[in-house]
Each structure stands twice: as C-alpha cells, then as structure tokens.
Design a protein around this ligand. Structure first.
Ligand SMILES: *Cc1c(COP(=O)(O)O)cnc(C)c1O
Length: 380
C-alpha cells in the first residue's frame, strides 16, 4: 500500500495529520458543535423552492459576486451594530461582506492572500485545530502563542506575543473553541494596535454569546486590517450547506478576489443561504434553548465531580476526567458521541436538545464518581 508520504508531496506536508473529528452515526451526536435542532419545516420549504428555482438556471455559471447573498448577510449583520446596541450610526454594507463554502474556506482565502510561504500567523492554542491546519495547507508558518489562567487572553498577553514574533496575521477565536472562553474587545483592540498585519477574529459562535456582549464587528470602522469571520454552520443550523462569511473593509474582499476560484459559491448554495437568511429570527429561535442547555451543563457537571470551564459558545469543556478515552468510549457505548480534543483530563461536549443533554448528563452520572477525580489532584 502506498502512503501519502511515498508520493512526491510537498516537504512541508510530510508527517502532518488531517482534521479528524470522527464521523460516527450514533443517536446523540454532541462532538462537532453542530446545531442539534432541525430546520423548521416552513424554512425548509422556502429553501427547497429557492434551490429548485436555481436548478433551472444551472446551465449558467452562478453570480460570481453573490451580490444578493452579500446584501442578505449585510442585512443580517446590521443587528450587530444597530444603534440601540452600540449607540452609533455604524452600518455594514454588502461591499464589506464576503462569503465562501464555510468559514474554513474564508480562512483559507485569507491565508492565501495575506499569508503563504515566508509569512506567519500567530494563534493561541488550545484553539480551533483548523487554524493551524489551514496555515499548513497554505504554507504559512504557524506560531503557537500561549494563553493565561483558565485559557483567557489579555491585552498584555497578545501584545507581548505580537511584539516578540511580529506575525503577518493574528488569529483570535471569540469565543474560543474548544475552551468556550470569552474574548474581550479590549484584547482585539490591543492585538490590532500591536500588529502591522491582518487581525482575524473567528466569531463562529457569536450568536451564542450573551445578547449584550459587543461583537467584534463593532470595531471595524477605521480598522482596515481587521477581519471578522462568521459562519452559518452553528447558530443557523446550516453546517451541511457550507456557508461562511466575513465582514471587513471592502479592500479585503478585493484582495480575496485575487485568490478565490471563480464561481466558488454554487448557485444552489447561494439560493439556499439567501432563503434561510429571510427566516433569520426563526432559524435562530433555538439559540436561547441551546444556551440554556449549555448553562445547565455548566451547573450540573460540577455536581457530578467535574470542573466546567466558562463558555460563551454552544459547548462546554470540562476537566477532572481521570481517563478521557475511557469516558469517551463508555458514552459511545450508550450511543452518545462527544469530543476528546487532546487536553489532558478534559473532554468537550456540545449542548444538545434538552433530551440529548439529559441523556448525556445521565450517562455520565451512571459512570459514577470513579471517572472524575478531585480537581486539586489533577492540578497538583
Ligand atoms: C465550527 C467552527 C467553524 C466553522 O467552520 P465552517 O467551515 O463555517 O463550518 C469555524 N471556526 C470555528 C472556531 C469553529 O469552531
């Protein structure tokens, strides 16, 4: 059998491992932070009708500028910067918006345009594993910074790392995956001030933040090197459709036009996303419920003897797990998949529906206290 390393592959890809969240089809899937709630039927019908209409025009290439979609996304983002939230008259226009097949492709295009061989990107592990994988794929050197207590970042930490390493890009994840850690706007402002390169804020979980927490989009005016990346995969229950987007200075979109493949967003994707965005309030109706299940896990995991890290996302990282692999396998045996993200004595679980979350907590309780151990013994 041929191994990929036997092929004349790029030297810098030798020895790397691909993104590998297991895709196991068990009844309760709480491993990749998907929205566990289905798409409401009337929305599904509208999506299908819009896609059906697009099929009739499929002999033609799609709108390369996905203008209608960018207008819809700008309209959706307007809520972030609404005067009643920000007290300002800031707007987000379609020219400031760019979209791609998932925010992973957004990040790839950003690194293709602003990173690449001879350039570097600074990130702060433990963070979204795709950040370093996309860096590798684009030949961008990954610089692993370090976080402070309980995975938090401060203006001082990011400024120090940026001044010491002078990266061409900084990736910040707000809130951070896999830890759930909130990120203050003061940290983003500090990173921007310290850096001469692009500052990318991955806000994949923005909708799960507290309603009154300001979004990174409010920092865009006057910061032409700031990019806020978003996705419809999580809050919008659209992971299977693949639609990510960004908001930034219009010049960023001009730069990405140099590296994107022409017609990268299919007519079907554009039609489906525009249709779903017409129903944004309904699509997001489940966010409150998901947040309450997250908060329930934050309360109940400690009662089972585990430590839970504060989370502003739709998942919880919990510690105090003596043998993560054993707990993962035991839950899998009960038809529940969660995530072992490789942090010693920790596991990550996505907030499910009320029933799914109950099943997870009950199964964990049934494993007994033998699977958890006092936090001080782990830290000690
Ligand atoms: C899930 C996730 C994404 C989503 O990627 P898509 O390609 O849009 O599905 C992006 N960033 C982070 C931090 C995530 O956790």
């Amino acid at each position: 059998m041929t191994a990929f390393s036997d092929l004349p592959i790029r030297d810098d890809l030798r020895g790397l491992t691909p993104y590998g969240a297991p895709q196991v089809h068990v009844p309760i899937q709480l491993n990749v932070n998907e929205n566990t709630h289905g798409i409401p039927e009337d929305v599904a019908r509208d999506v299908v009708e819009s896609v059906a209409a697009a099929v009739l025009g499929m002999n033609r290439y799609p709108d390369r500028e996905f203008t209608e979609l960018r207008e819809s996304l700008a309209g959706y983002l307007a809520a972030d910067v609404a005067p009643e939230r920000t007290g300002s008259t800031q707007t987000i226009t379609a020219e400031q918006v760019w979209a791609a097949n998932g925010s992973n492709e957004i990040l790839q295009q950003i690194l293709q345009a602003f990173g690449g061989p001879g350039r570097s990107v600074l990130g702060f592990p433990p963070t979204y594993s795709m950040h370093s994988i996309i860096a590798a794929g684009t030949g961008t050197r990954w610089i692993a910074g370090e976080r402070g207590d309980d995975y938090a970042l401060t203006p001082g930490i990011v400024t120090d790392w940026i001044e010491r390493t002078e990266p061409d890009l900084v990736f910040l994840c707000a809130p951070n995956n896999p830890t759930g850690t909130p990120l203050g706007l003061d940290v983003i402002e500090a990173a921007y001030a310290a850096s001469r390169g692009m500052v990318v804020v991955d806000e994949a979980y923005a909708e799960f933040m507290p309603d009154d927490a300001p979004r990174a989009t409010t920092l865009l005016p006057g910061r032409e090197r700031l990019i806020v990346s978003r996705t419809m995969s999580k809050a919008f229950a659209f992971a299977g459709a693949r639609l990510g987007y960004l908001a930034a200075d219009p010049a960023v979109a001009d730069a990405l036009r140099l590296v994107r493949l022409p017609y990268h967003l299919s007519a079907l994707t554009q039609a489906a996303a525009v249709a779903a965005l017409r129903h944004a309030p309904e699509m997001l109706a489940m966010v409150d419920d998901i947040r309450s299940q997250r908060d329930r896990m934050l309360r109940e995991l400690p009662a089972l003897g585990y430590s839970a890290h504060d989370s502003w996302a739709n998942f919880v990282l919990f510690g105090g797990v003596r043998d993560p692999r054993a707990v993962f396998e035991a839950l899998l045996g009960e038809g529940i998949i969660i995530r072992d993200i490789g942090i010693p004595n920790h596991l990550r679980v996505t907030a499910g529906t009320e029933a799914e979350t109950s099943a997870f907590l009950d199964a964990l309780a049934a494993l007994g206290a033998s699977q958890s151990e006092p936090v001080d013994r782990i830290l000690g």
